[in-house]
Design a protein around this ligand. Structure first.
Ligand code: UT7
Length: 354
């Protein structure tokens, strides 16, 4: 049976960089709190004319180039995002069109921070079943639309306006301060190819979903549970902005990420010594440090980029993969474990031989 082998990757970081100090110009927060509690130092946000599909397309183009794959060879697309350009359609066919791919099946999946791993299993399953040979798997997000500040506040934060937020605006922005400091915008993609090589490729997955506590991390408004699905009242209440019980999510993430990583290693009879890199979702550096200790991993096996980009949701793991491949920390034959936890709640781990 063929296996899905990652043969190329690419990433695209949104253009506008915002430091913690800049954010503190419009939100009651400070650089020290953000660094100590999350590890984030800067994040990048997309300019107004750049949508999630655009970051995905740019990343995918680089991934195809790195893989040496022509557009007409791609026979399936999987696009993971929680911030699609439109309510519908999803970003899959938009990317297909913008990239100029054939009329191939395009899956849109929304498992938030676990989206890439869910997409990896979907792509791998199609390849193993012989239903696809070359799959483009994309994770991309434009979170800036969740940010509560006005354009004028944002311009002030960036230093292009002299008009500071009013007291009311600052209070409104600060209501969401535990959330807004975490996120950033980026896209990342991998190309997966059916491989008959018995050793290399995606080896195993262990994915989970449990909705009992979904309201601890969700967007309460703008959904079809409401009639109409969106309304000015929802916006006045701030129901278009995610709610997040940070401490609850932190505890769930540390518990499940460490456990699922151990499960995948044990059932494949792989020790952490044999793993070259463990790519953990970048939601909070402290979550990953906890998991690193639980798995007894040395620092060099656990790369971080949350300090530069914040949490880019579906893009974090392919972005880390792309960085590690390009700078030589991951080379062909290396064993790589990927671990994520996200809204839903969803979590999982995948073991891959590069
Ligand atoms: O990828 C999406 C999934 N999300 C996650 O994985 C998030 C997981 N959780 C976390 O990352 C952390 O819980 C946070 C970074 C969100 C918060 O860190 P924390 O250490 O759990 O802080 P906390 O919510 O318990 O708040 C501690 C204090 C509070 O003040 P008091 O009540 O002690 O006076 C907050 O009001 O920190 C305050 N605070 C802030 N202060 C400055 C909350 N946000 C901020 C802020 N700047 N941005």
């Amino acid at each position: 049976m063929p296996r899905a082998l990652i043969i190329g990757s690419g990433s695209e970081i949104a253009a506008t960089r915002l430091t913690n100090d800049q954010m503190a110009r419009v939100v009651d927060t400070n650089d020290q709190w953000i660094r100590e509690r999350s590890g984030v130092e800067t994040r990048h946000f997309a300019p107004p004319d750049v949508a999630t599909s655009d970051l995905g397309v740019a990343a995918a183009a680089k991934a195809l180039e790195a893989a040496g794959v022509e557009k007409d060879e791609v026979d399936m697309v999987v696009f993971a995002t929680m911030t699609p350009d439109h309510y519908f359609p999803g970003c899959g066919t938009i990317l297909q069109h913008k990239l100029g791919l054939g009329t191939v099946p395009c899956f849109d999946i929304r498992q938030q921070c676990s989206g890439f791993l869910y997409g990896l299993q979907l792509a791998d399953a199609h390849i193993r079943a012989g239903m696809a040979r070359t799959v483009l798997l994309v994770g991309a997000e434009v979170h800036i639309g969740f940010m509560p500040w006005t354009q004028e506040n944002y311009d002030y934060a960036l230093g292009v306006s002299d008009v500071p937020p009013t007291k009311e605006e600052r209070e409104w922005n600060s209501r969401f301060r535990h959330l807004v400091v975490l996120f950033g915008d980026a896209g990342a993609a991998v190309v997966l190819r059916a491989s008959e090589d018995g050793e290399r490729g995606v080896l195993d997955h262990d994915l989970h979903g449990a909705g009992a506590d979904y309201e601890k991390l969700c967007v309460p408004g703008t959904g079809f549970k409401h009639r109409p699905y969106t309304s000015p009242e929802q916006f006045e209440r701030g129901d278009h902005i995610p709610v997040m019980d940070g401490r609850f999510v932190f505890k769930m993430a540390t518990t499940h990420m460490a456990a699922v990583a151990k499960t995948v290693l044990e059932r494949n009879k792989v020790t952490s010594d044999e793993v070259k890199m463990v790519l953990m979702h970048q939601a909070n550096k402290r979550i990953n440090e906890y998991c690193q200790r639980a798995l007894n991993l040395p620092d060099e096996k656990v790369p971080h980029n949350i300090h530069k980009y914040g949490n880019t949701t579906a893009a974090t793991i392919p972005l880390l993969w792309d960085e590690c491949v390009r700078d030589g920390r991951i080379t062909p034959g290396d064993l790589v474990l990927m671990v994520a936890f996200g809204a839903g709640m969803t979590w999982g781990a995948s073991l891959v031989r590069a």
